[in-house]
Design a protein around this ligand. Structure first.
Ligand SMILES: Cc1cc2nc3c(=O)[nH]c(=O)nc-3n(C[C@H](O)[C@H](O)[C@H](O)COP(=O)(O)OP(=O)(O)OC[C@H]3O[C@@H](n4cnc5c(N)ncnc54)[C@H](O)[C@@H]3O)c2cc1C
Length: 377
């Protein structure tokens, strides 16, 4: 396989931008209409994911150490979309057809052989990982909503009950699908450590009028069904025994409540400082519960803060990261940050300016999409 030739041909195709996934999916659904039901009704976002994932695969094609774990993750993750081994050849055919369409006379028999071999390897690694995980876990977990507390027009705290045991580590996230929005999976983070009765709390805020968050906040009811994917993410889980500083924006407190649960179950043998931020007091939707937690646990300090209002009544003024830095110095603690992408990026930047070594800062880093990416599945 000529890796340079493979990469340069992909670059030439990627220059056609949105036309590439449009052509790919048209070709796939025309020749294999049976796979259409695996994809969301609206394909608008899906198109970017295909190009993004293929780009990542092709650019790492000569770095097996990085590519293989990524493909194995994709293979396992695609089980929740009901992707089966027999779907892979259909996708491979559509991919080759797409490449030949855009490359025209540059699509030679040697290049076709390279792409066929590369896709064959990708499909093999993904199906083997999927088969291995099928021996241990179901493709998804069915769950029922057992409580739904609409704390604000745009925010709900719900408790769900998986029908089968779902093991996860505090700080990990789960992909969630509601049948009201089929095939649209989004990550949400349990706000508790695993419980004896297996129930899981989720905090969901509507963002950008998006389909899944809007449905989970405004459209679902107690008794409704959800599907859950396997737990993902390691960066927000606790490691070591050192004290921790948790900096949260909005529903970013969810993983931190899970970590606090974990420290409590381990006997409260480390100090935990939680800085829970939002723009206004009204946005601090979980303040009462957080204060009750802090009152009950001597090792826990909770500092609520607001960035767009003045400080008052135990709520400090400023962005959560700035308030956290005011409470320093943090010489040995591990610092965890969770919130919107902008909040996380801004906080990481401020912590670097403050001089905190990057290895002591924990944030979730996600590169995988949450829908089937077609081109490599
Ligand atoms: C690991 C992980 C854990 C997550 N945990 C939670 C959680 O516990 N609670 C929760 O409410 N959300 C959480 N999210 C965000 C969630 O997965 C969805 O992205 C969000 O609910 C929007 O989905 P949607 O379908 O409604 O909107 P989409 O159609 O996905 O997005 C609508 C618009 O909002 C933008 N957008 C998406 N997410 C965000 C965001 N977080 N901040 C700002 N803009 C955004 C999109 O770019 C788009 O323009 C988590 C995300 C990740 C990656």
């Amino acid at each position: 396989m000529d890796v340079t030739r493979l990469k340069s041909s992909w670059q030439q195709v990627a220059e056609y931008g949105d036309e590439v996934p449009l052509f790919f999916y048209s070709s796939l659904f025309l020749t294999h209409p049976e796979v259409r039901s695996l994809f969301p009704v609206s394909m608008a976002l899906q198109r970017d994911r295909l190009v993004g994932a293929l780009g990542r695969i092709v650019s790492d094609v000569d770095r097996v150490d990085e590519l293989v774990p990524f493909l194995q993750h994709l293979g396992r993750d695609h089980r929740k979309f009901a992707v089966l081994a027999e779907h892979y050849p259909a996708v491979g055919e559509a991919l080759l057809h797409t490449l030949s369409h855009f490359l025209g006379t540059r699509w030679t028999s040697d290049l076709a052989a390279d792409w066929t071999a590369a896709y064959g390897l990708v499909a093999q690694v993904m199906t083997e990982a999927a088969d291995a995980s099928a021996k241990e876990t179901p493709p998804w977990w069915d769950a029922t909503i057992v409580s739904h507390d609409r704390r604000a027009p745009d925010l709900a705290v719900m408790t769900i009950e998986p029908h089968q045991r779902l093991s996860f580590r505090p700080g990990q996230s789960l992909a969630v699908e509601t049948p009201l929005r089929p095939n649209l999976w989004r990550y949400y983070t349990p706000a508790n450590a695993p419980r004896v009765n297996d129930t899981i709390d989720l905090h969901v805020r509507v963002v950008g009028g998006g389909p899944v968050s809007t449905t989970l906040v405004q459209g679902v009811r107690v008794g409704d069904a959800l599907r859950l994917g396997p737990p993902v993410g390691e960066r927000l889980t606790l490691s070591g025994r050192e004290d921790v500083v948790l900096i949260a924006g909005g529903t970013g407190i969810a993983p931190f409540k899970a970590l606090i649960d974990q420290v409590r179950s381990e006997g409260g043998d480390r100090r935990v400082y939680l800085f829970a931020g939002g723009p206004t007091r009204r946005s601090l939707y979980d303040l009462r519960a957080l204060r009750a937690l802090a009152e009950a646990q001597p090792w826990l300090r909770v500092v609520p803060c607001v960035s767009r209002e003045a400080a008052s009544d135990g709520v400090e003024g400023g962005d959560a990261v700035d308030v956290a830095l005011r409470h320093g110095p943090w010489r040995s603690e591990s610092v965890y940050v969770c919130g919107s992408p902008d909040m996380v990026a801004g906080s990481v930047h401020r912590l670097a300016e403050y001089g905190l070594p990057r290895e002591r800062v924990h944030v979730e880093e996600f590169t995988t999409g949450t829908e089937p990416i077609g081109g490599i599945s």
